[in-house]
Write a protein that binds this ligand. Structure first.
Ligand SMILES: [Ca+2]
Ligand SMILES: [Ca+2]
Ligand SMILES: [Ca+2]
Ligand SMILES: [Ca+2]
Length: 288
């Protein structure tokens, strides 16, 4: 009896766990930074498993603060397109809303389905910070996030640095490349001066290796600014964040979410529990 009981628990847990591990929505990245009047940035959305035949899974993004950022329309996935990344474009709100500082808001990603397998599945929110440019001495990086680079694509991606008004002296910022095996920078020192109209840029170029490393996040740390103009000395800037895809991966395994890790742990615990019941009933029958 105990043996049957433990086997039923094990089978049920395995069924629930494998079902839940299958369906999911990967949103990446889940945090973005933008500046008023800056360029739009993007995040990607993809499913982790094939929906049922004829099922359409729709992801509808919505901004909690449309004065600070608006989003592009709904994305639809089917059994033919579930594993192809699609993109949501986030367009930052404009200046002209006063000196409102850096404003944080969220983008929800509602999941709906025409039937079956994706019922009850949820997707992560994306948190966004939109930097103010009205009435302040600030340095704008455009774009500072959502930079999506393909490893095999030799194209450079340019990040522009500019001041929001005219400093009285030169302004310097240094950059640290945190992923030197994945990307190269055209410079590690940004100098903003009268000669370049207080606008300069860095180019980010992918390094095409033959390692199967999967998609990765890259970051470039920006130092606080230095300048003899007190208004432009010691300003903290956004770091530069992006993603680089990998063209050497044979199989791209989805990374489990926190909820999925929880289910894996639950499954392992139930496995240990069931085996211990089985062993104790075995030893009891051996004694009898
Ligand atoms: Ca604003
Ligand atoms: Ca503003
Ligand atoms: Ca490669
Ligand atoms: Ca590679």
């Amino acid at each position: 009896m105990r043996k049957t009981y433990s086997l039923v628990i094990l089978l049920l847990t395995f069924f629930i766990t494998s079902e839940a591990l299958g369906q999911g929505v990967v949103v990446s990245p889940t945090s973005l930074t933008t500046s008023e009047d800056g360029s739009p940035v993007q995040y990607s959305v993809v499913l982790t498993s094939e929906p049922d035949a004829g099922e359409t899974v729709t992801i509808t993004p919505s901004s909690t603060d449309v004065t600070e950022g608006i989003v592009s329309g709904a994305l639809m996935f089917t059994d033919a397109t579930w594993n192809i990344r699609q993109f949501v474009t986030v367009t930052p709100g404009s200046s002209g809303d006063g000196n409102d500082g850096t404003v944080s808001y969220n983008i929800g990603n509602n999941v709906s389905t025409t039937s079956g397998s994706y019922n009850g599945i949820t997707a992560s929110d994306v948190s966004v910070e939109n930097q103010n440019v009205d009435g302040v001495s600030a340095i704008v990086l455009d774009p500072s996030s959502g930079i999506l680079i393909e490893e095999e694509d030799p194209m450079s991606h340019v990040v522009t640095f500019r001041t929001t008004n005219t400093p009285t002296n030169d302004v310097e910022i240094s950059l640290i490349n945190n992923n030197p095996t994945d990307i190269q920078l055209s410079t590690t020192t940004i100098s903003l001066n009268a000669g370049n109209g207080f606008t300069s840029s860095v180019s980010i170029t992918p390094i095409d290796d033959s390692d199967d490393e999967g998609p990765e996040t890259f970051s470039i740390t920006t130092s606080a600014s230095t300048s003899a103009d007190a208004n432009y000395n010691g300003l903290q800037l956004f770091d530069i964040i992006g993603e680089i895809s990998d063209d050497d991966a044979t199989v791209v395994a989805p990374v489990p979410t926190m909820g999925q890790w929880g289910l894996i742990v639950l499954f392992l615990l139930m496995l240990i529990f069931s085996v211990s019941i089985l062993q104790s009933s075995k030893s009891k029958s051996a004694v009898a």
